[in-house]
Design a protein around this ligand. Structure first.
Ligand code: SF4
Ligand code: SF4
Length: 491
């Protein structure tokens, strides 16, 4: 990258730097870290959403009644932002119909329903003994084929992110292991047991994106994961940066600042300053796809919360219903008041426990009144400014709140609504119990709707104008033809 920022980036010593704002909430991580990662049993039905992330839906390649094998491609990414979908086990397709999936919008999506035959018969896998002999384009194609997306939660298709970073010639690859949100331990558990595989995945990612430097960034309080990584990094050119434990140190822009001291510009992304960020879970999935030939059919998900008798991290088959996982952990029904997908700060309430795990489901919290008492009544803003002190994006959350309430789109935009990463630090410290993030999300959604309507109305306006132009042109043509005929008749 030949910009000033890349020049600066090359000169920078990668070490812990201060990030703006942030909070230090209790971690609530120890209960799910007591045992090793356990493969989750196969449920009676897997519900496989054609849309596993925020992009487009995949195109189903199977019909009801078809028998499929483990790892078989069952829905194809026919659009750039879609993800390939593979059968997590062998069995019969029993329905293709909509079902609720965990997401911020709590929407239903078209899903392939697979009834496992409990034989787990698989297609042959193409393992690659020496990935270095492959071209980068081949490796990107394999990542795309495996249906991998960012497993840290955002879910952007990894192949697209890699292509973009090749185009901008990224200088630095950061593997993000700063799992800073309370309750979530999926990445920490993964590193404790599969650090070698994560490092292998990071090396593949570095080869593909051509970055000259690669580091793994982790919070220093994750001691076992840090020692496992340190051992796995022996003889590797990849280094380790240990960050102070603070929320949201693992945000994409925050991790860049935490490691380089550089700020990603407002409205921009890390690649704008020559940095590519990938999650550790994604690096592991890339290792599995390239070295072992396995597509993304499972992920590590934390199952936690007081109503669970044995909280733990599961290696879960994509499509497994949440209720099934709660049962496997042993559930105290009388304590259970609901479920959260994600951590306790950024996570969203799950409307239906039958909803399945998707590729971005990093944590499932069984809620109880004891751990999640009802939120206090929302009061008026007292302009204490606590929210501004903790905002990692240097925004003025109280101003955004006021503009969100008055639906002032111009002011919301000029006050950086779209730079808000919805981390919830502001709401966490607000003494008036204002659910600030809900206001910001609602504003963003309403803008997105408005934008769509504006685009639609512009489209129809332009169609109408084209139609009017054609009518006028036809009329003029007819008049001119008549004139010509008349002139010819007179001659
Ligand atoms: S923390 Fe809450 S009460 Fe205080 S200024 Fe921010 S929004 Fe207002
Ligand atoms: S949710 Fe948005 S406004 Fe609130 S602290 Fe996080 S980035 Fe700042």
């Amino acid at each position: 990258m030949s910009t000033d920022s890349a020049f600066k980036l090359n000169d920078i010593k990668l070490r812990p730097h201060r990030i703006f704002g942030g909070i230090k909430p209790p971690a609530f991580k120890s209960s799910s870290m007591r045992s090793r990662i356990m493969p989750s049993p196969i449920p009676e039905r897997l519900i496989l959403s054609l849309r596993q992330h925020q992009g487009s839906a995949a195109l189903p390649l199977v019909n009801v009644g078809d028998m499929v094998l483990k790892y078989q491609l069952i829905a194809a990414a026919d659009q750039e932002s879609a993800l390939n979908l593979h059968a997590p086990t062998s069995g019969k397709i029993v329905a293709i119909e909509s079902a609720l999936i965990p997401s911020q919008l709590q929407q239903s999506e078209m899903c392939i329903h697979l009834q496992p035959d409990n034989k787990d018969n698989a297609i042959a896998l193409n393992e690659i003994s020496d990935y270095r002999a492959k071209t980068n384009a081949d490796l990107v194609a394999l990542v795309k084929q495996a249906g991998i997306c960012g497993l840290g939660g955002a879910g952007y298709p990894t192949a697209n992110k890699l292509k973009a970073s090749i185009d901008i010639e990224a200088e630095l690859l950061i593997i993000n292991a700063a799992e800073c949100e309370p309750y979530i331990t999926a990445d920490e558990a993964l590193l404790r047991e599969f650090a070698k595989e994560v490092v292998s995945g990071a090396e593949i990612l570095q080869k593909i994106c051509l970055a000259s430097r690669c580091i793994i960034a982790i919070e220093k309080n994750k001691k076992e994961a840090v020692s496992a990584l340190a051992a796995a990094l022996n003889n590797s050119s990849i280094s380790l940066v240990q960050l102070p434990a603070k929320y949201p140190a693992g945000g994409e822009k925050q991790i860049v600042q935490g490691v380089t001291g550089l700020e990603v510009p407002s409205g921009g992304y890390p690649p704008d300053i020559g940095v590519l960020v990938q999650n550790v879970g994604t690096a592991y999935a890339v290792h599995q796809a390239i070295v072992e030939g396995k597509p993304c059919i499972s992920r590590i998900t934390t199952l936690t919360g007081a109503p669970l008798q044995t909280p733990k991290n599961f290696s879960v088959l994509i499509g497994t219903p949440v209720s099934f996982l709660f049962e496997v952990c042993g559930i105290e029904e009388e304590q259970l008041t609901g479920a959260i997908v994600g951590g306790s700060i950024m996570g969203v309430e799950l409307a239906d426990l039958q909803a399945p795990v998707v590729k971005t489901t990093n944590c499932l919290i069984a809620k109880s009144t004891q751990e999640f008492p009802e939120a206090g009544k929302e009061q008026a803003c007292i302009r204490c400014g606590f929210c501004a002190d903790v905002c990692p994006a240097k925004l003025l959350p109280q101003q955004l709140y006021a503009y969100a309430r008055s639906c002032n789109r111009d002011e919301l935009e000029s006050h950086g609504l779209f730079d808000c990463i919805e981390c919830g630090a502001c709401a966490y410290v607000c003494p008036s119990n204002i659910p600030l993030v809900q206001y910001y999300r609602a504003s963003k959604q309403s803008f997105a709707k408005q934008l769509k309507q504006e685009e639609k109305s512009l489209y129809w306006q332009s169609r109408f104008q084209t139609h009017q132009y054609r009518l006028k042109k036809n009329q003029e043509d007819k008049l001119s033809q008549r004139k010509t005929k008349k002139n010819q008749a007179e001659v």
